[in-house]
Design a protein around this ligand. Sequence first.
Ligand SMILES: [Mn+2]
Length: 420
Amino acid sequence: MPPPRQTIRAFLAKARSALTAPPSQRPAPLTFVVGNESADLDSLCSALLLAYFRTHHHSNSNNGILHIPLCHLPRADLALRPEFHAVLADAGAGPDDVLTLDELPSSPHLRPEDTRWLLVDHNVLTGSLGALYGDRAIGCIDHHPDEGGNVLRVDDISEPLRIIEKTGSCTSLVLEHCKDIWDALSAEEVRGKEGTETTSIDTQLARLALGPILIDTNNLGDEHKTTEHDVHAVGIAESKIRGAGDVSYDRAAFFARVAALKEDISRMSFRDIFRKDYKEWTDERTGLKLGTAAVPRSFAYVVGQKAPVAGEGDFVEELGRWGEEKGLDINAVLDGFVDEDGVFHREVLVWARGSEKAVRAAKAFAEVNAEKLQLRTWGDGKLDLDDETEGWRRCWDQGRLEHSRKQIAPMLRDAMAGSD
Ligand SMILES: [Mn+2]
């Protein structure tokens, strides 16, 4: 039997005790739900929601199986995500309640065969988790291009879960997928007791979902990103808030509060800004490594206005240092921001360093995609560079706004793959 409905905080405590129990007292296998390595709001909340709903699912073959939501980041990096803290607080929980890579037992104490993984917001497990547990994925819900990863068929799951659709936010797909479970939980509790607990759990879950969906679609206003799935999912969540009689919720105010937290990088070091929303890939054949940092403010702000943190150099110096730390051949920074007039912009910086192959790949990316992305020199070329030792660097204003990292990272990866 699935457990009676718990608060999110109580659910996380259950997940923690299962994960940290001695191996002999641990459920086997352990079922994890994990988002992608950028560990943005969408990844973090998708994993929490899918794990919560599947754990409370009453009527399928997963009946009552505890799903552990794992934040795909070291615990220290939670501090870089105040927007997640705010949404968690609205859901009655805090950063100390969630589980991160720090809580995952080290590999000899958690054998791959004792685990199974549901992926949200990506469809092939990457990074250190991928190296260990990559072939233990049993399904995914995602809105990135399909990388065609294998899904492990497990006997007690009749149809592997595999949903890949274009949406603004992966959380929208999770919510649509879990709507019936949620409805059943709400109905049952209304019947079961008159307490206010029920209604507050519904509004907590709703805010956990609305945070990423509104952020990823710019309050449903970004025409390039918003899909009917996102609109539908916002409807599902807001109907729960209304059903619970919560009159404190106001969509515009909620969005503004979470967005302001996400965009406030004023006190962060450059290194923290680069790693706040970071993804990397290595091309297996050429060995070239790409790192991409997504930044919520303009280059003009990051390069010119942000006050440096004590002891750090300027933007370019710190970006170079970051590339060295990560061993990057291609170091990319992508931003997306709304200007004072409320207009959305995107900018791209690509820095190839270390080998001719890397420079060739970066130049090929620019040649092939300049028109498609409408790349225009940024800041009179003041960040551009052509140097034998320092490499090749270009910074552009990106005319075509519909292309985010979801599309540009594959373009860069294609260029790396063809750089021989
Ligand atoms: Mn996402």
